[in-house]
Design a protein around this ligand. Structure first.
Ligand SMILES: [Fe+2]
Length: 291
């Protein structure tokens, strides 16, 4: 039987999951998180360590570390977990396109195939085995072009393709994001059996409720405030586009991308042994230059 142990990073509102087969003791982690304080630059491993301790206490063996997409709001602990286990990292083959887009932005020359920083690149319909249970990859682009969902034994891990019904959906205004695609991806998830459990990658609960990380397909289909049955694709795209125009850049955008796009590895140490994160400046160079 498949079991799910949720972990929650309060600082970024991120849900991360240990999924395991209680017979074979095979486990995988979905959307691992590093603890990061952007003001000081301090990186810690508390949440990932809690997951490793859970795995050890339950006598599990970690086989895979799966990403639903290259996140822009938290730093992935995938490389850290890989260094502390025999597990292999898994991400969509679409990561290559996202790497290309952001290589230019960060002035990071692509010298070789950097998708090789991940162990397994998945496509729609690909499967991984967790003991005797099959995990199936479903491509669900829209929030990002590389978004995938992982379906296993009546559970689907959707990343940012859906949020809890009272929160709705994630933004589609990152490079390669597309509200039409997101609507269609959500239709694929909502076509699953009613009792399929949806696990989200984020919850930002309103003051009147506690953090909740899962819901059912039938609940999402009926009650999601952005994509319920009475919402057409055109209505959704209008709503999503208007809303995206009001959103600020995510607080951890640049640190997150510079780690998450390249195997979740930290930037190389520079002379003196220090690692750095870059922030591309947006500045009117004509105004700045001396006349
Ligand atoms: Fe995301």
């Amino acid at each position: 039987m498949i079991k799910v142990e949720p972990f929650y990073d309060k600082n970024t509102g991120t849900g991360s999951y240990v999924v395991y087969d209680d017979t074979s003791r095979a486990a995988l982690i979905i959307d691992a998180v590093l603890n990061f304080d952007v003001a000081s630059g301090r990186l810690e491993f508390a949440l990932a360590n809690q997951q490793l301790q859970f795995i050890e206490a339950q006598k599990l063996h970690l086989d895979y570390i799966c990403e639903t997409h290259a996140h822009a709001d938290h730093l992935s602990a995938a490389a850290y977990l890989r260094q502390h286990s025999k597990a292999r990292t898994v991400i969509s083959q679409g990561i290559g396109e996202v790497q290309q887009q952001f290589s230019r932005r960060f002035n990071k020359p692509v010298t070789e195939d950097q998708t090789l920083l991940y162990d397994i690149l998945v496509h729609d319909g690909d499967t991984l085995m967790l003991g005797k249970h099959t995990l199936t990859v479903m491509t669900t682009p829209g929030h990002t072009p590389d978004s995938v969902s992982y379906l296993i034994e009546g559970n689907i891990f959707v990343g940012d393709t859906l949020f809890m019904p009272d929160i709705g959906t994630a933004r589609c205004d990152f490079p390669g994001g597309d509200a039409h695609q997101l609507y269609q991806s959500i239709q694929k998830i909502h076509a699953l059996p009613d009792e399929t459990r949806i696990w989200v990658c984020h919850d930002y609960p309103p003051p009147n409720r506690k953090v909740q990380l899962n819901t059912l397909v039938k609940t999402s289909r009926n009650e999601n405030i952005h994509v319920n049955q009475s919402m057409s694709e055109a209505d959704f795209v209008t709503l999503r586009t208007q809303r995206d125009a009001t959103l600020n850049v995510p607080r951890l955008l640049y640190p997150a991308l510079q780690v998450n796009l390249w195997g979740a590895l930290l930037p190389e140490k520079e002379a003196g042994g220090q690692r750095f994160i870059k922030i591309p400046l947006i500045v009117d160079e004509d105004s700045y230059a001396t006349q």
